[in-house]
Design a protein around this ligand. Structure first.
Ligand code: UTP
Length: 289
């Protein structure tokens, strides 16, 4: 079955980026000149996704507004003859149908995904975390859809992570590896280095089948008192095969301060319009230190 629906959970508190996230969603913080979540929506659109559900919360209205029409702004740009800017603004609202649902209490990523139950129905669906930007030639979620079409099983976007970082991720235990695809045998959410079964971390992209909703309904709070998606996926292993896929691309976690800085610098350097001048600026700057 073709994957046409994606869910972007974006209801977290964003405490690691306080105070910037006190009154604005972390997903709306700009990376160069675009809100972080727009990069993620663009990845989904480029992969052929037709409907996106964003899981938001009470104070995140600006995410919905960003993807909606802004008539007053469009009128002003038209009057001023700023055609390029007008087109850019219109492209954002015309890009794709965006739906949203509010997660009323921040009970964890698993609970956020559960909020997508009605939207998803009986179809397999993609999940792209709202604070993970992945820079790649082919959209990572498209790479994963292709693996899904071959395996017809849930696919977890994975990368090897340094041992000191295993406690930040869901970590996979696998029995065999076929190229970039791993057969998952177990998973554990944010283990200590001693508990971690491997260094293969789940990094912000998933293809999930709809049985997950029945499982999530019965998944108790886990690590950090939150309902964990990793725990539900682990239960799913009793019912069907799950695969990890070592995707091609560089992943940035914009949800913490250092990650946010690195993403901003690297994506600015990658830009044709800003990159060369910015690179020279950084060179001159570092010579002064
Ligand atoms: P994170 O743990 O990275 O996000 O969750 P957070 O809770 O916003 O961040 P900190 O730790 O307080 O800084 C991973 C993803 O799951 C979403 C987040 O928005 C993020 O995209 N999430 C998390 C929800 O949608 N709901 C939740 O209850 C928790």
């Amino acid at each position: 079955m073709k994957i046409k629906k994606a869910v972007i959970p974006a209801a977290g508190w964003g405490t690691r980026l306080l105070p910037a996230t006190k009154a604005q969603p972390k997903e709306m913080l700009p990376i160069v000149d675009k809100p972080a979540i727009q990069y993620i929506v663009e990845e989904a659109v480029a992969a052929g996704i037709e409907d996106i559900l964003i899981i938001t919360s009470k104070d995140k209205q600006s995410i919905e507004d960003h993807f909606d029409i802004s008539q007053a702004l469009e009128d002003a740009l038209e009057k001023q003859g700023k055609t390029e800017l007008l087109e850019m603004v219109q492209d954002i609202s015309e890009m794709i149908t965006i739906h949203s649902v509010r997660q009323k209490e921040q009970k964890g990523l698993g609970h956020a995904i559960y909020c997508a139950k009605t939207f998803v129905g009986d179809d397999p669906f993609a999940v792209l975390l709202g604070d993970d930007i992945i820079h790649s030639e082919k959209p990572v979620i498209q790479q994963m859809i292709e693996i899904y079409e071959e395996k017809e099983a849930p696919i977890l976007g994975c990368k090897t992570v340094p041992e000191k970082d295993v406690s930040k991720y869901g970590i996979v235990n696998y029995s065999r590896r076929d190229g970039d695809v791993y057969k998952v045998e177990d998973m554990v959410e944010k283990p200590s280095a001693a508990e971690a079964p491997s260094n293969l971390g789940i990094l912000g992209r998933y293809i999930i089948t709809p049985e997950i909703f029945d499982i999530l309904e019965n998944t108790p709070p886990g690590k950090g008192g939150e309902i964990q998606l990793t725990d539900a996926l682990k239960t799913m292993l009793d019912q069907r095969e799950v695969f990890g896929y070592d995707f091609e691309g560089k992943r940035y976690d914009v949800g913490n301060k250092m990650g946010f800085l690195k993403t901003t610098v690297e994506l600015a350097l990658a830009r044709e319009d800003l990159g060369p001048e910015f690179k020279q600026y950084l060179k001159d700057l570092t010579e002064d230190f």
